[in-house]
Design a protein around this ligand. Structure first.
Ligand code: ADP
Ligand code: ADP
Length: 228
């Protein structure tokens, strides 16, 4: 069951930079895909297009399993985690995780169980009332993951999410993401330039090359990475 079908996509920015040419990629439900490649090869551009956050210059992007809104974009199935957690400093952990549901018109009362479930998943249920300034970098990132999960997306997109964290925190968070993937039915696309990370995390590695950005190799990993 395909969640994302990218066909022959190119992306040329107004600056003239050709970020992608002839990029095709199909991601099926349940996969954990690493998008691996050197800086500047177009990983973020591809991920933004997959999220519906950026348009293509030529080629097509489809989300065959999603409800499509009037703008032709998928409604509600996709969450994005960026390298910067971008939490609202004036809101508590609870308020930050509530935000995506608030934007959908869900009351705090109705959202409560989902918020607590998302925070429990990332090990932060005891920190609901804390403010972002009271949290470490790793904890802020966990809040950001909880915020992405609270809408119960089918597809979680992560753009070098832990690159700014120290090695130990990063490894802990990698384990958390792996556990999350194993325990839920979620599909993950994880952008990284770390060969180690891609081998550790995913069950499929899509290697991109630069100038012009496109898929260079695409292979399944035979590892112990299987859902129970
Ligand atoms: P990666 O995520 O692999 O580092 P990006 O997708 O961020 O690569 O960038 C691909 C290329 O497109 C780079 O040369 C980058 O400088 C360029 N680029 C990215 N975003 C923009 C933009 N908004 N305007 C112009 N050029 C951009
Ligand atoms: P990390 O980024 O992995 O959370 P830290 O060294 O900042 O690394 O924190 C280590 C652990 O200490 C955290 O995972 C958390 O369990 C706990 N911790 C961090 N900040 C606080 C805090 N403000 N209050 C209580 N416990 C905290």
């Amino acid at each position: 069951r395909a969640l994302v079908v990218m066909k022959d996509v190119s992306k040329v920015f107004s600056s003239g930079t050709v970020a992608l040419t002839g990029m095709s990629l199909t991601v099926n439900g349940g996969e954990f895909v690493s998008l691996l490649g050197p800086s500047g090869c177009g990983k973020s551009t591809a991920l933004r297009i997959i999220a519906g956050l950026g348009d293509t210059t030529t080629g097509t992007i489809d989300w065959p399993s999603s409800r499509i809104n009037a703008k032709g974009l998928p409604e509600g199935d996709i969450s994005f985690v960026f390298q910067e957690p971008t939490l609202m400093p004036w809101a508590t952990v609870f308020g930050n995780v509530y935000l995506p549901l608030k934007l959908r018109g869900v009351s705090k009362h109705a959202a409560y169980d989902d918020i607590m479930a998302a925070l429990t998943r990332v090990g932060l249920k005891d920190f609901v009332d804390a403010y972002p300034r009271e949290l470490s970098g790793g904890m802020k990132m966990r809040v950001s993951i909880a915020r992405a999960l609270v809408t119960k997306p089918k597809l979680l997109l992560m753009d070098e999410p832990f690159a700014a964290l120290d090695e130990i925190t990063r490894q802990k968070l990698n384990d958390d993401v792996l556990r999350l993937w194993k325990e839920t039915g979620i599909t993950v696309i994880f952008v990284t330039h770390s060969v180690f990370e891609s081998a550790y995390l995913s069950n499929r590695i899509v290697v991109m090359k630069a100038r012009p950005g496109r898929v260079h190799a695409d292979f399944p990993l035979i590892t112990s990475l299987e859902r129970d």
